[in-house]
Design a protein around this ligand. Structure first.
Ligand code: PLP
Length: 361
């Protein structure tokens, strides 16, 4: 741990790899000797063109994205994608299907409905406080798409297998688990993720889209939501969030240097395993996600009382661990252990959990 820095378990914006922050610090005044800051660089410059192309190339390499997909860098967060997906992909007289696994799924559903689109919720885990991922999800063969939230940041659940959708486009909000494990991208027609958890800072949204979908965008939707327009201009239709794209590129380089997704997944499984083991061995802590639906990225649990939860969060901070308070809508504790959270942070948390239990039970 670098002096003066603490362990960051924030859910997002979240921890960034230290070598990335150090590189940013260098490039802030004088980018690779060009005499200007990365912040001052034109998005039409050759240098920035190299940066955005490198970011796309690296993401394709790391996630093993097939050639017939394009990577878009958009703005408006994952929340704008809640609107962009139905605007682009639910045509006249069509409908789409959604799986409701928590607050973010609900927001995606509500946004589509707000736009007057017809939406069916084909599976939900609301009956048990979103503590699990529904199995056996069936999609109508004539739906425009099936939308899932692959990782539920607030409830600490994650799809372990993805639904089989046949010819129906599978679309996933992967905001909180993109690039945390190996997945078969060819199963998806579109994946989107606000970058601020596993990919970089806030301000840029990564969209991975199968190229044939670009043609579906109607002409009468807002330009900034149109996959056809943004994709057609290689994410340079207007001024992109240049600083955020540059940091995404650095994060991807860091991921590659870590050994790629295979290695990252292995470490993520070890990290999450340490905390889940501690929960399973304790009668003081209670994990809130069903074991078969547990997230690798957000580990959620309760203590015997809200008072003890408050004390836990406060004492953790005194011990150099930030961001452990559960989402305000559900309470409890949440450890967000994205790719950039090092193993030593998790070991320190588990050690703290054990000491806290001893002192308070
Ligand atoms: N989807 C998921 C799964 C999230 O975790 C979040 C934010 O935490 C969002 C969507 C919203 O993302 P944004 O703030 O980029 O709009």
């Amino acid at each position: 741990m670098k002096e003066g820095r603490i362990y960051n378990f924030n859910p997002g914006p979240a921890a960034l790899p230290l070598p990335v922050l150090e590189e940013v610090q260098k490039d802030l005044l004088n980018y690779k000797g060009e005499g200007i800051s990365i912040l001052e660089m034109s998005h039409r410059s050759k240098t920035f063109d190299g940066i955005i192309k490198d970011a796309e190339r690296l993401l394709k390499e790391i996630m093993d994205i097939p050639q017939n997909y394009k990577v878009l860098f958009m703005q408006g967060g994952a929340t704008l994608q809640f609107a962009a997906v139905p605007l682009n992909l639910i045509g006249e007289g069509q409908f789409a299907e959604y799986v409701n696994t928590g607050s973010w799924s609900k927001k995606a559903i509500q946004e589509a409905q707000k736009l007057g689109k017809k939406v069916n919720v084909v599976a939900s885990s609301e009956d048990e406080s979103f503590s699990y991922i529904p199995g056996d999800i069936k999609v109508s063969p004539n739906a425009a798409y099936l939308h899932i939230t692959s990782n539920n940041t607030i409830f600490g659940t994650q799809f372990q297998q993805f639904p089989e959708t046949g010819d129906v486009a599978l679309i996933a909000d992967m905001s909180s688990d993109i690039a945390c494990r190996k997945i078969d991208v060819s199963k998806f027609a579109l994946i989107y993720a606000g970058a601020q958890k596993n990919m970089g800072p806030s301000g840029v949204t990564v969209v991975i889209i199968r190229e044939d979908l670009l043609e579906k965008s109607p002409d009468n939707i807002p330009t900034m939501t149109s996959y056809k327009i943004i994709g057609g201009k290689d994410s340079l239709y207007n001024t992109p969030p240049t600083f955020a794209v540059y940091i995404v590129k650095l994060v991807l380089e860091w991921m590659k240097a870590q050994g790629g997704l295979e290695k990252i997944e292995q470490i993520n499984r070890q990290k999450a395993g340490l905390i889940y083991d501690a929960l399973d061995q304790s009668s003081f802590y209670r994990g809130t996600a069903r074991p078969d639906s547990r997230s690798l990225m957000n580990v959620t649990f309760r203590l015997p009382s809200e008072e003890l939860e408050k004390k836990f969060v406060a004492e953790a901070l005194e011990n150099g661990m930030l961001g452990l308070k559960g989402h305000r809508s559900v309470g409890g504790i949440r450890a967000s252990i994205y790719n950039a959270v090092p193993m030593e942070a998790v070991e320190k948390l588990v050690d703290f959990m054990k000491k806290f239990e001893k002192a308070n039970s």
